[in-house]
Design a protein around this ligand. Sequence first.
Ligand SMILES: [Ca+2]
Ligand SMILES: [Ca+2]
Length: 160
Amino acid sequence: MPALPARPFPALVSAMALGVTLALGAGPVPGADAASAVRFTTFVADPSGKDERTNAKINREKIAIKNTGRTSVTLTGWTVRDQQNHTYTVPRGVSLKAGKTIVLHTGKGTNSSTDLYWGQGNYVWNNTPGDKATLRNSRGSIQDTCTFTASKHRSGTVDC
Ligand SMILES: [Ca+2]
Ligand SMILES: [Ca+2]
């Protein structure tokens, strides 16, 4: 019996199978990124108050990324993108240890082990429902998405 059924997306299926294998503790593998383990948690798409265009206010727009796996993941080259194709690329030297969370702020700031800064001078995430964050790994494979839905519109925050 073939290992993989004939499906429209064999590459995706094999990538998922690889992720599962790694999550089960296959150990460090060169190039492994424990793909499915890294995901969005909290998405503050429209923070409270007016959208005054100050850096401090813009940085209240943020999205948290968590490594739910058991091994550290290098995030360099990963991207976060909105529905309008504003794209943030994680710079060199950024990794996320098992169980840790890093928060991507829309505005400017100094990156640390807990916070990343997109460097935008204006808001990226829409105030209206429907904007969607997409997380891709360095190979361009989608790892997670989080949509600012109508039901969450009042609070401005989504639990992904
Ligand atoms: Ca806003
Ligand atoms: Ca947007």
